[in-house]
Design a protein around this ligand. Structure first.
Ligand SMILES: Cc1cc2nc3c(=O)[nH]c(=O)nc-3n(C[C@H](O)[C@H](O)[C@H](O)COP(=O)(O)OP(=O)(O)OC[C@H]3O[C@@H](n4cnc5c(N)ncnc54)[C@H](O)[C@@H]3O)c2cc1C
Length: 370
């Protein structure tokens, strides 16, 4: 029978994470994915868990990022046990570089006792000898780590299946129609009845906002990356300057990212984008210029009007939830998002402050005044 407690629209890292937590909690869960599991933004991500690298303000969004990042070590073990997939968690910290004395002073002012430590130029070069000698120093973000985003998604999916979830690939959802107290999901593989529905279809969630009578807050922010497989350089830690980062992965490749183009739905990496990255990365690490490029790719970050995600129930249609708009941080935020959505559906009220802060009120009030 095509009847489920919860139907999840979108099988990226957010949808699969939610499916994992809900099926683990005993709910009969289905994921509907129009393409392949994790095939869109999720597999394009560099996988940084940048609670600090993404935030300077100490607001509720920073707290959300930090809490999610801190869930990763135990989640990595749990997912390995449940799914056999290693999400390749690396906890080496990251270097945020300063090139001028002024940048250095500004980063030093962020240093604290627990998470952020200022390292002198000499110290950085001793640890990362290929970084440019022109640096003034770096802030070491001790606990910001990284994972392989696509592996997190696949581990969640395998784990969810083990807990009984059904995952339908090549199965776009075309419509959501109220059916008594439940909802009919109209898909390419037939009609499914779901007691509750979660919209987690990344930048394409906008379609469902509109279908369900809300303003579409989603816009694409195209991001391009490239990967090298160094023959000579040894890079130990993630290093970044402004919006260019160098992320050494466990398999020996190094990801260089990422460009950022708003309102661009095209998903091909372009010569312009890739050359922009190549110029920036050689400022950070001049010797990287002679290393072989193995691939380049691009995808769409799901951005909302104010850059924060939504974790919210529809104001008029009880049982329809939105978990979307993770923009630059969907890999980082997948663990906490999954728990928040479970909390909303099971009404356990553990994450009320996040539900309050990331509600649809921002959309309804036009996201002003925050
Ligand atoms: C270049 C780049 C680098 C990034 N680096 C990082 C990083 O280092 N760290 C980090 O935390 N984040 C990073 N991100 C952001 C992160 O990738 C996203 O925030 C995250 O993947 C969003 O996950 P999602 O599941 O919401 O969206 P997606 O992964 O896009 O998944 C949405 C899914 O919904 C499906 N779908 C759409 N419409 C329908 C429909 N009608 N029916 C059924 N299914 C549908 C799509 O096929 C898709 O698979 C990066 C993003 C990019 C582009």
């Amino acid at each position: 029978m095509n009847v489920f407690d919860v139907g999840i629209i979108g099988g990226g890292v957010i949808g699969q994470g939610i499916a994992y937590e809900l099926s683990k909690a005993g709910l009969k869960t289905a994921v509907f994915e129009s393409g392949e599991i994790g095939g869109k933004a999720t597999s394009a991500a560099a996988g940084m868990l940048g609670a600090h690298s993404e935030n300077e303000k100490r607001d509720i969004f920073f707290e959300l990022c930090l809490e999610s990042r801190n869930l990763y070590p135990s989640l990595a073990k749990e997912l390995l046990e449940q799914s056999g997939v290693d999400i390749e968690l690396v906890q080496e910290g990251m270097y945020r570089l300063a090139f001028t004395e002024e940048e250095g002073r500004s980063l030093q002012s962020l240093a604290d006792e627990n998470e952020l430590e200022w390292h002198s130029r000499e110290n950085v070069l001793a640890n990362e000898p290929h970084v440019s000698e022109d640096i003034a120093g770096a802030l070491w973000l001790k606990h910001d780590g990284q994972v392989k985003g696509s592996s997190v998604c696949h581990a969640y999916a395998k784990g969810a299946r083990k807990y009984g979830a059904s995952i339908f690939e090549q199965c776009p959802v075309f419509d959501v129609i109220k059916e008594g107290k439940a909802y009919k999901l109209v898909t390419s593989q037939g009609v499914f009845i779901c007691g509750k529905v979660v919209v987690s279809s990344g930048v394409w969630s906008g379609f469902f906002f509109e279908k369900l009578g809300l303003r579409n807050p989603m816009k694409p922010v195209k991001g391009e990356c490239l990967a090298i497989k160094p023959k000579k350089l040894v890079i130990n830690k993630t290093v970044f300057y402004e919006h260019c980062y160098i992320v050494p992965k466990k398999d020996g490749t190094v990801i260089i990212g990422a460009t950022s183009y708003e309102n661009d739905w095209d998903t091909h990496p372009t010569v312009k984008g890739v050359s922009e990255l190549m110029i920036k990365v050689q400022k950070i690490m001049p010797e990287i210029g002679s290393e072989p490029v193995v691939s380049a790719w691009s995808s769409l970050r799901p951005q909302t009007a104010d850059g924060w995600p939504y974790f919210a129930e529809h104001p008029e249609h009880e049982g329809i939830f939105f978990a979307t708009g993770h923009y630059r941080n969907g890999i980082l935020l997948a663990p906490i998002t999954s728990l928040i959505v479970k909390d909303m559906i099971l009404k356990t009220n553990q994450y009320e402050r996040y539900v309050h802060s990331f509600s649809l009120n921002r959309l309804l009030s036009d996201a002003k005044g925050r």
